[in-house]
Design a protein around this ligand. Sequence first.
Ligand code: SF4
Length: 62
Amino acid sequence: MKVTVDANRCEGHARCWEICPEVFSLDETGHGFVEVPEVPSHLVAHVQIAEQNCPERAIILS
Ligand code: SF4
């Protein structure tokens, strides 16, 4: 599974990072970005929870 953050939608709530800091980081303005675009199998469930909890629907799984 791959994950990206749509920077045009992200409003910086940081929920992705709180839920899965192994995959998501925050930039200096608090907006999320992906550190590990190819999600390791043991983190897939966490990334799916992050996707479901992003208020802006900015996390895209493929
Ligand atoms: S939870 Fe969504 S809106 Fe918030 S920082 Fe992460 S990607 Fe951006």
